[in-house]
Write a protein that binds this ligand. Structure first.
Ligand SMILES: Nc1ncnc2c1ncn2[C@@H]1O[C@H](COP(=O)(O)OP(=O)(O)O)[C@@H](O)[C@H]1O
Ligand SMILES: [Mg+2]
Length: 218
């Protein structure tokens, strides 16, 4: 059983999106619980909209202390935790990171997101010797050189580990919470193929990293 924290003290970088969609992708092969410890409860709204299409078990509005207990009691393969992005909730995030086996740090390609991301990694994640990877999100393939520029920043300037793949910006992804959609129930078409492909690559990378024995072929 692995606890995956989706963390970044910057809001709006895609934590909730990654927690829900990665949970859905992993649920195709594993027993998954998605937990929300964020006061804003964005996942709760999403989960309500999804109703019976939720492919994983879901625990909204949780106190982070429940994670310590859960890890002893359950036989989930993955527990994916959505965390708050505000500095006031640092204690909540720290409790989650204490229980985590891995931290995914979503990052959008905006200069303003860099400082809070570096702070999250250097102050909260690295001191715990917690394995982690930055996940570039909302990459716009129509912007020439954007992906290469941000990959280079991470690799060379910041020296942060990152996922090999990234999430592109899609309207279908932005619409997913209100429609209660998750990649597990999206129909394949021109609007959704990239959304499904991207998160499946990330799920496969994570699986390869954390549960190579279970990973098999994606
Ligand atoms: N890859 C993406 N493509 C399009 N919209 C996205 C993508 N990732 C996130 N969003 C949108 O960006 C906003 C912020 O994402 P969210 O997951 O709520 O971030 P956080 O939880 O870090 O605050 C939401 O409206 C979400 O739907
Ligand atoms: Mg959120």
């Amino acid at each position: 059983m692995k606890v995956i924290a989706v963390a970044n003290q910057k809001g709006g970088v895609g934590k909730t999106t990654v927690a829900m969609q990665l949970g859905a992708a992993l649920a195709g092969r594993h027993r998954v619980l998605v937990v929300d410890v964020d006061r804003q409860q964005s996942t709760v709204w999403w989960a309500e909209n999804a109703r019976d299409r939720l492919p994983f078990d879901f625990a909204g509005s949780q106190h982070p202390n429940m994670l310590g207990r859960l890890t002893e009691l359950t036989d989930y393969d993955y527990i994916v935790v959505d965390t708050p992005g505000s500095l006031e909730d640092t204690a909540v995030l720290e409790t989650v990171l204490d229980a985590a086996d891995y931290a995914i740090v979503p990052l959008t390609p905006e200069p303003l997101a860099v400082d809070p991301t570096m702070r999250t990694v250097t102050r909260l994640i690295e001191p715990r010797h917690l394995r982690h990877g930055v996940l570039l999100n909302r990459i716009d393939p129509r912007v020439p050189g954007q992906l290469a520029h941000w990959q280079r920043l991470l690799d060379v300037e910041f020296g942060l580990p990152r996922f090999g793949w990234h999430l592109r910006q899609y309207k279908a992804q932005a619409d997913a919470p209100v429609l209660g959609q998750l990649v597990s129930s999206m129909r394949h078409n021109r609007r959704t193929d990239g959304v499904i492909w991207d998160i499946t690559q990330i799920a496969a990378e994570l699986d390869q990293l954390l549960s190579p024995a279970l990973a098999g072929r994606w």
